[in-house]
Design a protein around this ligand. Structure first.
Ligand code: HEM
Length: 511
């Protein structure tokens, strides 16, 4: 299968862009609407008064908070998964979030990148702006240091801890206000902050919101604190227990200057939060190199793959996703292959909606899909295809047909604990030697002490089998794997170079 521009970016771009409607990513649905609690359903979810979008933001803060930028350790590396039993990480947010993210982890997408994208999504879908999202984080294999500030932590210690992460006093105040604009403090987990009588049948964890708009990423927390209205800055300002008023201590520590500045900055609050949260998410251990930020693709081929049909016909199939701003045309989209073959594709009926607004438009962008399925006989010799449509700059995408994994003949059998692969390779091309092909499989599996899967790599021995297609040989093999937690990735190499990839059993993380 061809993933454009790479499996990692293709998957993460899907999460970022396909938010609602047709082909919405299962990631977005967890925080739609923004006060949703994905871990439970129905009445228990509503009465829990927990908020998944807020949990994701809090998890990212706790993972980041123990960074030591001078030493080059800690930061966003999903080490928090090993640290959930600590007092400083009280609450269900960590295990709830990791349980939700677990099926999305695979060879190309580490938990730490999901943890970061969780914050990007919560902010972008729930009233804030897009935090430019760069992938490339690396999952920790052991726990990190202690040091997440708690409600009882002194001001001096709190500021020193923020300083260690590279955030000065006013950064620390603003970042905390950006965090505490969504979600709640729960009396159940924080009896030192809130009285237990907040716990009722309709509020089973005793949630008290941090501002009056619990699921909206807005400036309300700042206004309510300064104006002393609504939630007055939240329970960490107003707690009955003076030593638990950590937000009050922090906000007052510069004479409320930072909070007053945020108050006066209007929409500037959103830009301040984007800047600080981006810095937070991009704080990674030394040696980890983040990739360029991902932007939504205007033209995106999806699930493009060679396969052999039941009638033994070689076919290239897939879809093209177009991202529109403003009115949605009903015009066809043309796909022209490098051998000259062209098809005109008609749009599918269902449209999707993205949180992105393109080219300063006022409305959210819309996704439109165009499916194709083209016999290989029309495409012989093609090495790329060009997608062209009215109002879009045409774009080229590479393909190759020297050798490829056959999706319909490759599968994971969880009960048997095996993965079976069949690949097809040209046996009639003089410049291609099928004996140089090899297959590697990477399986995400459970590991002790954290909900982050680890990736186990396995080689698959191949043997030639009978092929029903002239000019094409089939090679097959299988290998034992542990039960996968997410997509099993299959990589086809020719003389050590990757020429095809297939994510098997992507489940909720798929299209
Ligand atoms: C001095 C620093 C901070 C302290 C002591 C602190 C403490 C707390 C506490 C005790 C809760 C209640 C958790 C619960 O009951 O589930 C909470 C909630 C939250 N915190 Fe912080 N926090 C701090 C800074 C931050 C920062 C910098 C962010 C993000 C950038 C953040 C994001 C959140 C969010 C989103 C929630 C709501 C969670 C939910 O509704 O489940 N916090 N914080």
């Amino acid at each position: 299968m061809f993933y454009y521009p790479s499996p990692a970016v293709s998957e993460l771009e899907h999460i970022l862009t396909d938010n609602w409607g047709a082909y919405a990513s299962n990631f977005s649905t967890a925080i739609t609407p923004c006060d949703n609690y994905v871990t439970e359903v129905g009445e228990p979810a509503i009465n829990s008064r927990r908020t998944t979008s807020a949990q994701w933001l809090r998890v990212a803060f706790h993972d980041f908070a123990t960074a030591d930028v001078a030493a080059g350790t800690g930061g966003v590396d999903a080490s928090i998964g090993f640290e959930t039993a600590r007092d400083e990480n009280s609450g269900t947010a960590f295990n709830d979030s990791f349980t939700f993210w677990q099926p999305f982890v695979n060879e190309f997408v580490p938990m730490a990148d999901l943890l970061a994208i969780g914050t990007v999504m919560s902010v972008h879908l729930c009233g804030g702006k897009y935090i430019p999202y760069s992938p490339g984080r690396v999952d920790a294999t052991v726990e990190g240091t202690f040091g997440v500030p708690e409600p009882s932590t002194s001001l001096e210690e709190t500021l020193a801890q923020f300083e260690q992460t590279g955030f000065n006093q006013s950064d620390a105040i603003a970042l905390t206000a950006c965090g505490h604009t969504i979600g709640s403090v729960h009396a159940g987990g924080f009896p030192e902050v809130l009285e237990q009588d907040h716990i009722t049948p309709n509020n089973t964890n005793g949630a008290v919101n941090l501002d009056s708009t619990r699921a909206v990423f807005d400036q309300a927390v700042v206004h309510e604190y300064i104006d002393w209205t609504g939630q007055k800055g939240g329970p960490l300002v107003t707690s009955f227990n003076e030593s638990s008023r950590s937000d009050l201590r922090l906000y007052e520590s510069d004479g409320n200057k930072t909070m007053m500045d945020l108050y006066a900055s209007g929409d500037g609050f959103q830009d301040t939060c984007v800047g600080l949260l981006q810095r937070m998410l991009n704080t990674v251990p030394s040696g980890v190199e983040l990739q360029p930020a991902i932007s939504p693709a205007l033209i995106k081929p999806i699930n493009v793959t060679w396969d052999v049909t039941a009638e033994q016909q070689l076919v290239l199939s897939g879809k093209i996703r177009m991202l529109h701003t403003g009115e949605i045309p009903s015009d066809p989209v043309s796909v022209t292959f490098s051998n000259g073959y062209t098809e005109s594709l008609v749009p599918e009926e269902g449209l999707g909606t993205s949180a992105f607004k393109l080219t300063d438009a006022q409305t959210n962008a819309t996704t439109q899909y165009f499916a194709f399925s083209i016999p290989g006989s029309n495409l012989s010799g093609s090495t790329s295809f060009t997608v062209a449509a009215e109002g879009f700059e045409a774009q080229d995408f590479e393909i190759q047909d020297a050798a490829f994994i056959l999706p319909s003949l490759s599968s994971v059998d969880v009960t048997a604990g095996t993965v079976s692969i069949t690949l097809a390779a040209r046996s009639d091309a003089s410049d291609f030697d099928p004996s140089q092909l090899s297959i590697e499989v990477a399986t995400p599996v459970l590991q002790p002490l954290t909900l982050t899967p680890k990736i186990v790599r396995t080689a698959v021995q191949l043997a030639e089998v009978e092929s029903p297609v002239t000019g094409i040989g089939y090679w097959s093999g299988s290998a034992a794997i542990e039960p996968p937690t997410g997509a099993v990735s299959v990589t086809l190499l020719s003389s050590g170079k990757v020429i095809d990839t297939l994510l098997l059993d992507a489940g909720v993380a798929g299209w």
